[in-house]
Design a protein around this ligand. Structure first.
Ligand code: UDP
Length: 415
């Protein structure tokens, strides 16, 4: 993992934001922090932990990032939890629960030492959630960080997961309406992007040109892009339907690009569906990317006139933030965390249907000045709300409040 330093962000966010972080960090110096998720590559959580871990270290906290590993049965079960939290209906079987609990128990053998010693443990999403019960001698604060839109979960799945997460000291959700009834404090913290990562930094124009040439994407027409894991909740087929509805009335190319996360077993099947739906329209380019294609994604986003994220469920949608930071108008599904970022008609457009998406694509491509204005507002909005310094500040504040809560409690019960 390349090391990062907070000082490098000063030109982007200003000195005050950095000094605020240093002051908060001073109060937590030496604290042992462990983040646990289930993949180092692919998906928004890995994206965040890539900068959060080194920046917490730069502030003097002793932070590490661990992952739970598992076999196909485990990731099929956790993908079912993931889909179930997002509301999918399916039977939660005993076999799934068994595969899940057994794999987390195997991981606990490896991780117990570091987790029980840590002052703060952040468990990201359902995959590692069961670890808490397997670490009976834990001494720190355990926080369950749910990155998923859990506002209308499948009840069977939630009833099971609730038992796994009820014992945590706190949980974090990205939006107030994702929060669930749990017997501990719940915090609302929106995700963010790293403006200096390979995914988001400025790129030389030649590099963008090279990338487009490498993938045979002609720049003679405006490009409309969706970058996502191939996942049904990202609705790639809906994007193709929207594009086909334009029926040649607007000259453009559509790019659908994404790879699989190592913890997502459904990607291949969805990609096959996408190829089938795109067949016959040579202005649609669907491509799979390797997991470390950060600069390629950066180039694709920068080369696009419009970025689409037509999800039908979305915890947050870092791809939306990434595009907005690059001054691109986003046409986003009117769901979950996309609504935090895309303010309809101001920082982008929210759509409910392929028809709506088609209408907005046409409108934006026909009015380049309007397109540019929305793009400028989008960048400003991300600068003020969704860069990593705000996110880090909220994590530090949460940790301090948990620690102080405990101290107060001890003071109250002491004679
Ligand atoms: N991403 C990536 N490669 C891909 C697809 C996505 O690196 O093939 C990145 C994308 O740029 C973003 C993150 O993975 O940073 C996806 O986060 P998001 O919140 O949009 O969705 P998630 O995949 O977590 O549901």
């Amino acid at each position: 993992m390349p090391e990062k330093s907070l000082a490098a962000y000063e030109p982007v966010v200003g000195p005050e934001a950095i000094s605020q972080l240093r002051q908060l960090g001073d109060q937590l110096k030496g604290a042992r922090v462990v983040h646990v998720n289930s993949t180092r590559v692919g998906g928004g959580v890995a994206e965040i932990l890539n900068w959060l871990t080194p920046l917490m270290n730069d502030l003097g906290l002793d932070t590490s990032w661990e992952t739970v590993t598992g076999n196909e049965a485990f990731f099929n079960a956790t993908k079912a939890f993931h889909n179930g939290l997002q509301g999918s209906r399916f039977p939660l079987t005993d076999t799934m629960i068994e595969a899940y609990e057994q794999t987390v128990a195997e991981n606990a053998e490896r991780l117990r030492g570091i987790l029980e010693e840590a002052d703060f443990v952040f468990i990201h999403d359902p995959q590692p959630a069961y670890l808490l019960e397997l670490c009976p001698n834990r001494k720190g604060h355990w926080i369950w960080r749910c990155h998923i839109d859990a506002s209308h979960p499948n009840r069977l799945v939630w009833n099971y997961l609730k038992r796994r997460v009820a014992g945590y000291d706190a949980s974090i959700f990205s939006m107030p309406n994702f929060a669930q009834s749990l017997p501990h404090p719940q915090f609302i913290i929106a995700p963010s992007i790293d403006p200096l990562s390979d995914k988001n930094r400025e790129l030389p124009a030649e590099e963008i040109d090279d990338t487009m040439r490498r993938y045979h994407i002609g720049r003679d027409l405006p490009i409309v892009t969706q970058i996502s894991r191939f996942d049904r909740f990202k609705d790639p087929i809906g994007v193709i339907n929207a594009f086909n509805l334009l029926n040649g009335s607007v000259d453009a190319r559509l790019v659908l690009a994404g790879g699989g996360a190592t913890d997502d077993p459904e990607g291949e099947a969805v990609f096959e569906e996408v190829l089938l739906a795109a067949r016959g329209n040579d202005r649609i380019i669907a491509m799979q990317l390797p997991n470390d294609a950060h600069r390629t994604i950066n180039s694709l986003q920068r080369a696009s006139a419009i970025v689409i994220q037509k999800s039908i469920q979305e915890g947050f949608g870092l791809t939306v933030t990434e595009a907005m930071w690059k001054s691109k108008p986003v046409i986003g599904g009117n769901v979950g965390g996309i609504r935090l970022q895309v303010h309809n008609h101001h920082t982008g457009y929210l759509v409910d249907t392929p028809e709506g998406a088609a209408l907005r694509i046409r409108e934006l491509l026909e009015q380049p000045e309007h397109l540019a204005k929305i793009g400028r507002r989008a960048r400003k909005f991300v600068k003020h709300n969704f860069l990593l310094t705000r996110h880090l500040r909220e994590y530090l504040t949460l940790m301090l409040s948990l620690r102080r809560g405990l101290e107060n409690h001890l003071i109250r019960v002491s004679p």
